[in-house]
Design a protein around this ligand. Sequence first.
Ligand code: HEC
Length: 96
Amino acid sequence: MKRIILAGSLAAVALLSCTPKASTAASPVLAVSTAEQIAQGKTIFENSCGRCHKLPDPAKHTPVQWVGIMNSMAPKAKLTDEQHQWVYDYVVSVKK
Ligand code: HEC
């Protein structure tokens, strides 16, 4: 469990570092996602990601697929960079 979360965070950091906004991201503490952030991500996911379609099943996509999905869906859901990462951390933390 812990390893999965850590891997997800690293992928999210890699993802964020590919976007021009990365250097202005509000939180410098991107490398560690706490249980609290994952819980926040879950809440944001449940509130924001079921508006246009059925709430997706986090276990249906791999972490790599989620990078691409979140890149196209986070702007649709008007997420901040932090919320984008928390939602990502949440979906990849869900056990397959
Ligand atoms: C403003 C409307 C809107 C919101 C909000 C939205 N989506 Fe979507 N989503 C779409 C549309 C339209 C599609 C289908 C077309 C496409 O893939 O762009 C889609 C498709 C998807 C798919 C299927 C992609 C695939 O490759 O099978 C997933 C998964 C998904 N959204 C996840 C999310 C998540 C997670 C969030 C919250 C961060 C979210 N969506 C918020 C409109 C939205």
